[in-house]
Ligand binder design. Sequence first.
Ligand SMILES: [Zn+2]
Length: 318
Amino acid sequence: MTDQRDNALQYAHNNKEAFLGAYKEILAIPSISTEKAHRPDIQHAAEWLSAQLQSLGMQQVQLFPTGGSPIVYGEYLGVTGAPTVLVYGHYDVQPVDPVDLWKTGPFEPTVIGDDIFARGASDMKGQALITLKAAESLIKTGGMPINIKWLFEGEEEVGSPNLAAFIGSHTDILACDFAVNSDSGMIGRDHPTITYGLRGLAYFELRVFGPAHDLHSGMFGGVIHNPAIALAELIAGMHDGAGRVTLPGFYARVRDLSKEERAELADCRSMKVITSNKPVCLRCMEKPGSAPTNKTGVRPTLDVNGLLSGSPGKVPRP
Ligand SMILES: [Zn+2]
């Protein structure tokens, strides 16, 4: 096995340019799932992936139609007695607005130094392609050591509305010993990371209504409770002075870390986050040396992702 792993790694190094070329091909497809105008691109990305699976010699390669984007499936079950892994991936990407903040075209993959810039490069066309190219490297140097199934969806960025139903109605073909989802990150460039838990997401929209019609602030300011101020007060009240969420029951079902997990976290390295010059550990989201807060990666947080009141019109960006 070690010999094959070495050979497979050597194959990957020898084919770096070809792999990079394939990566650029999939990155150039603007498979934005939130925008109807990009439906043909979604289809194109799905077909591109299925062609990759075909060329790897995968069996049962097909596009399953759903109510939205197709699900791409392929499998290789030729290794008797070996476990079967199901690899999950998604081929859709986030929208690109505001486009003028991009230094290079979002769908014109551009290599600068050791980095490649394009929408979806790290979320997650890169990871999806890595699994395919790892399999290729193994197949070309002796064959797959395990059985493998791929499931690529094209609706992750819109909340995977059709995935649960698809899984429910295809438990036979999706049966596996374990599943791998690499739609996550590494805590450092040279620090391989296995993510074994994610925080998940729950969200709500809060609307505060006031008087039935506009009131002049010269006449009513300070007399009538302004809904914008009421909303700001509500949001401000959701955290205490130490940054702890004050919503009743918010932490009620949060599991405490084990000793081992605490030790692992204490050991994590710091690194620079792209948008900040201050070193921050991506795993616990804390500045090194700072007192522990509830803002760690293993604790739930509460955020505001949009805020609107009155008639602000188009707000200029600073
Ligand atoms: Zn993702």
